[in-house]
Design a protein around this ligand. Structure first.
Ligand code: GLV
Ligand code: GLV
Length: 349
């Protein structure tokens, strides 16, 4: 049986490339420049010529892409989130889709925490001020920020976590280290939250009203799109901060710009955007934001581990074996996958 071919849309870390090459498969990278997107035509062309697609979260893997090659054996995405992939179409076409969960939980929670501290204590502005030579004298009111720990008032700050999956739970653990009172909301995790002695279940309204920091960790779905809009931002305390290291469209970014401009809330720290990589008009000019370019999992060991997982997933797809981190496991029980596999096994002869 020939070793097959894998199309990688854009570079991944070498730990993954080594595994892919070691499998004997032919490897093609669509866009070698990691800073540039792959053109749609190049993506479609790559899929047509490959047995397996390795894709990034920045690419729209819709029905057209999935349907471009009747012999496509699987899609392995270099991310935990897969809202960019049409899973319904993949199921109908019999295409397994896999992701890279777990290994990036800590790195993403760390980045969330870094954003929270950075926005509460004005770190980016303080850095600019210092390197630009404005530091003249110790000043009691210079960059006065918000307490994250109990601090001078002794009041435990309230951390509201929306989405209590692996990452939300890892953020909660970090909050415990800062002696925070932790509220959590996640309709799919109500039992886990209620059973967890370190967090309290809260309805969205209560969570928004009580939290000093609201941090989003839900996947992007039709239910979570614009979960945070004008009414939710108005429900937050004027002293509260919003942190989003999940998916941009969970927040109505236009409403957020207005909330920040009109001081409905104290600030926001974002790693993700509604129309990535574009920012909503006015967002970048605001003084009370900290903005990062979607780097939640961008820690060396984590991205290497993700690369190894994406490679193992891709190799399993290539061999028609269940991928270790398949997200649509139901596909393997369907007739579409079986007939697809029969077709390529016949072709491999
Ligand atoms: C990053 O956003 C990911 O989903 O891995
Ligand atoms: C993602 O990995 C999550 O469960 O939060």
């Amino acid at each position: 049986m020939p070793a097959g071919s894998i199309f990688v849309t854009r570079p991944i870390l070498e730990e993954g490339i080594e595994l892919l090459c070691g499998s004997g498969a032919t490897l093609r990278v669509g866009q070698a420049d990691g800073n540039a997107p792959i053109e749609r035509a190049a993506l479609l062309d790559g899929v047509r010529q490959a047995d397996v697609l390795v894709s990034h979260l920045s690419e729209t893997i819709d029905r057209e892409v999935l349907g471009a090659n009747p012999a496509l054996r699987g899609v392995a995405t270099y991310a935990v989130g897969y809202n960019n992939i049409d899973i319904k179409a993949a199921n109908e076409l019999g295409i397994p889709v896999s992701n890279t969960p777990d290994v990036l939980t800590d790195a993403t929670a760390d980045l969330t925490w870094a954003l929270l501290l950075a926005v509460a204590r004005h770190i980016p502005a303080a850095h600019r001020f210092t390197v630009e030579g404005h530091f003249a004298i110790w000043n009691p009111v210079l960059f006065l920020g918000a307490d994250v720990g109990p601090g001078g008032s002794g009041r435990r700050k309230v951390l509201g976590i929306i989405g209590f999956g692996r990452i939300g739970q890892a953020v909660a653990r970090r909050g415990q280290g800062f002696e925070m009172e932790i509220l959590a909301h996640d309709p799919s995790k109500r039992e886990e939250i209620t059973a967890n002695p370190d967090v309290a279940w809260a309805e969205i309204d209560e969570l928004l009203e009580r939290s000093d920091f609201v941090s989003l960790h839900a996947p992007l779905t039709e239910k979570t799109r614009h979960l945070i809009g004008t009414p939710e931002l108005q429900a937050m305390k004027p002293s509260a901060y919003l942190i989003n290291a999940a998916r941009g469209p969970i927040v109505d970014e236009k409403a957020l710009v207005r909330a920040l401009r009109e001081d409905w809330i104290a600030g926001a720290a974002l790693d993700v955007y509604e129309n990535e990589p574009q920012l909503a008009p006015g967002l970048a000019e605001l003084p009370n934001v900290v903005l990062a370019p979607h780097i939640g999992s961008a820690a060396r060991e984590t991205r290497a581990a993700m690369a190894r997982i994406v490679a193992r997933n891709a190799i399993a797809h290539l061999h028609g074996e269940p991928a270790p981190e398949v997200v649509n496991a139901e596909v393997y029980a369907g007739t579409a996958w079986r007939s697809r596999r029969k077709a390529w096994q016949g072709a491999d002869g």
